[in-house]
Design a protein around this ligand. Structure first.
Ligand code: FAD
Ligand code: DHB
Length: 390
């Protein structure tokens, strides 16, 4: 079978790319190793930047997000046991929306399915071939185990950090920039109303904690833990005890509830360049990872495929090649801004195992300055709400 673009991965990047390409009259097939139920339930990101929200609205995906998403005009930095609000609306005139990644994924799958889009779940053995030629191919086994081949003009590698696409690029082509952090995040989803109206980013001597939410009935919470921590060692009671200790502040009471999910995520910064090799284009986590503290990963994936859909449209519909040649450069400016912001938030808010008293005082000073200087607060706010797309 032949299609114009084979998209590997049905996360936010791959699904949105297939939607945007369809809007431009370009056909694609999306290949995903997991089941539809699995990708629709996978709990991950929660914060949509304003440019992401505007884009989703523009392309007809805003209806449920506008109904169920929670608009937020600020966050709190909590340290020294007190809250310091960063007022996005006052500082930037912009805001963010709390709307789970799995809800964005559900909306995208519903839209693609309603439009007759070709999404193949539960495929195996995905392999990319002849990427250097004019006739790339992708082979895989379908959900019934039958071997299939798709011929295409281009392959979009949207298969996340552990996917097959990046590894299909020959050795020596990619330059990798990487940093790993000496901690991980333990995340829980709890069936209990949020204990505060807004997100709380908390710096505590035991480590970072984050209070977030998914709805008026569901709270999302994270704890900094050692990088090799096992989830089995964290009973629900231990998690709540630690959250109470780290999030303690005057007038704040953390409400507990049954856990719906708990998991541990490592923290890393990672970028590869170039984002294109022959007919393969990488997008989203396949090309770059940020530590989650800046809430940028899904937003960057969406920004990448906005560029990629435009570049592929110019090429496949009008025969113009400059946009595909410039694809990586067009994305990397925003990617490095998000890398810096995510590294900066991570460095300011976590306890590093080798940190001494000097380091602790430096972090507290940075927090106090960010909380009290309108210039510093505006810098955090404009990055957090999302810089305009170029
Ligand atoms: P993914 O969502 O990883 O999708 C890739 C898809 O490819 C997956 O469905 C996978 O199953 C599939 N796949 C893998 N291998 C193959 C293969 N060989 N063949 C076919 N398919 C394959 N980002 C934010 O913007 N805001 C936040 O608040 C935020 N918080 C986060 C909190 C946590 C705890 C975590 C873990 C992440 C967070 N992120 C956040 C990051 C965000 O979730 C990711 O950046 C985002 O999922 C990237 O989307 P993607 O489509 O590039 O990749
Ligand atoms: C959430 C995740 C983040 O990484 C973050 O910085 C803020 C909120 C969340 O899952 O709600």
């Amino acid at each position: 079978m032949r299609t114009q673009v084979v998209i590997v991965g049905a996360g936010p990047a791959g699904l949105l790319l297939s939607h945007l390409l369809a809007m431009s009259g370009i056909d694609s097939v999306v290949l995903e190793t997991r089941s539809r139920e699995y990708v629709e339930r996978r709990i991950r990101a929660g914060v949509l930047e304003q440019p992401t929200v505007e884009l989703l609205r523009e392309v007809g995906l805003g209806e449920r997000m506008d109904r169920e998403g929670l608009p937020h005009e600020g966050i709190s930095l909590r340290f020294d046991g007190a809250d310091h609000r960063i007022d996005f609306a006052a500082l930037t005139g912009r805001s963010i929306t709390v709307y789970g990644q799995q809800e964005v994924v559900k909306d995208l799958i519903a839209a693609r399915t309603a439009a007759g889009g070709d999404l193949r779940f539960e495929v195996t053995d995905v392999a990319l071939h002849d990427l250097d030629s004019d006739a790339p191919r992708v082979t895989f086994r379908d959900a019934d185990g039958v071997r299939q081949e798709l011929r295409c003009d281009a392959v979009a590698g949207c298969d996340g950090f552990r996917g097959v696409s990046r590894g299909s690029i020959p050795a020596g082509v990619l330059t990798t920039y990487e940093r790993s952090y000496p901690f991980a995040w333990l995340g829980i989803l709890a069936e209990t109303p949020p204990s505060h109206d807004e997100l709380i980013y908390c710096y505590h001597e035991h480590g970072f904690a984050l209070h977030s939410m998914r709805s008026p009935q569901v709270t999302r919470l994270y704890l900094q833990v050692p990088p090799d921590e096992r989830i089995e060692d964290w009973s629900d009671a231990r998690i709540w005890d630690e959250l109470h200790v780290r999030l303690a502040a005057d007038g704040f009471a953390l409400t507990e509830g049954p856990l719906l999910e708990k998991s541990i995520t490592p923290m890393r910064s990672f970028v590869v360049e170039p984002m294109r090799h022959g007919r393969l284009f990488l997008a989203g986590d396949a090309a770059h990872i940020v530590p989650p503290t800046g809430a940028k990963g899904m937003n960057l994936a969406i920004a990448d495929v906005r560029h990629l859909s435009r570049a592929l449209t110019a090429w496949l519909r009008e025969g113009r090649t400059e946009p595909i040649d410039g694809y990586g450069q067009a994305c990397l400016r925003r990617i490095w801004r998000a890398q810096h912001f995510s590294w900066w938030m991570t460095s300011m808010l976590h306890r590093f195992p080798d940190a001494d008293a000097f380091q602790h005082q430096i972090q507290l000073s940075q927090l106090r300055y960010t909380a009290t200087s309108p210039a510093a607060a505006t810098s955090l706010a404009e990055n957090y709400v999302g810089l305009p797309f170029d």
